[in-house]
Design a protein around this ligand. Sequence first.
Ligand code: SAM
Length: 256
Amino acid sequence: MSDEHYSRRMPTAPEGPAAEARVNDYDSFAEAYTADNETSLWNAYYTRPAVIKLAGDVAGRKILDAGCGAGPLAAMLRERGAIVAGFDSSAKMLELARKRLGPEPDLQMADLGGPLPYPDGAFDDVIAALVLHYLEDWTGPLAELRRVLKRGGRLIVAVDHPFAIDTVQMQRTGESAYFETRSHDEEWTVGGRSVLMNFWTRPLHAMSDAFAAAGFRIAVISEPPPAPDTPVELFPPEFGGRKPFLCFVFFVLEAS
Ligand SMILES: C[S@@+](CC[C@H](N)C(=O)[O-])C[C@H]1O[C@@H](n2cnc3c(N)ncnc32)[C@H](O)[C@@H]1O
């Protein structure tokens, strides 16, 4: 999977300097990542169109963008009439979100792994796009996201699809690890620099159990391929051109 600014691959094991480098250090590559995110297959032609479609008519809804990064989704939701707020654990990503969104939205530095700085029932919807898969334990984070939602509100989630991760695992090792909640490292090239990322993957039934335990009902599971208008040159060359492939899974969850 690659493009000019940002490519991902799974190393067999981190060795040498990469092993000592900080993982998931968005502060250190915020600008280059954000530039890539604007036009990348993974974000512009996969995650964002899928989330926006699932969100539907958002006019007048109060929406929290959890792990908002530089705010591209919040901007699209606001264009569609939503009242947006967001948080992220990276100060640099938030700085870029403030630049994009201006002074109006409530943008805060907060970690999804801890208590969130919002009152109970503050939001109609929460979007958690490509952030939950950084966390091993979803219990506390999902409970917090449920707490800040109104009853009947929606949590829209996008995460790495565990089948896609397991396919790569099997190609590498010849064995499936599908049934384990497990972490893996990826080496991304961002702005010409190699950075180490770490992700947690769990089977679909573990996701479903975690959603139910936190008081969510699954309304939709969506497994789209990249959007039909994805430029052919953005497809990973090893996939052989404009062929649909699976990378992410999306959920619409209702807060009971
Ligand atoms: C892949 S980016 C996605 C950004 C944005 N949601 C989007 O779809 O463009 C992941 C973002 O999650 C943030 N993040 C990672 N772990 C987090 C955590 N535990 N709490 C809050 N934000 C986190 C990162 O700083 C980064 O901005």
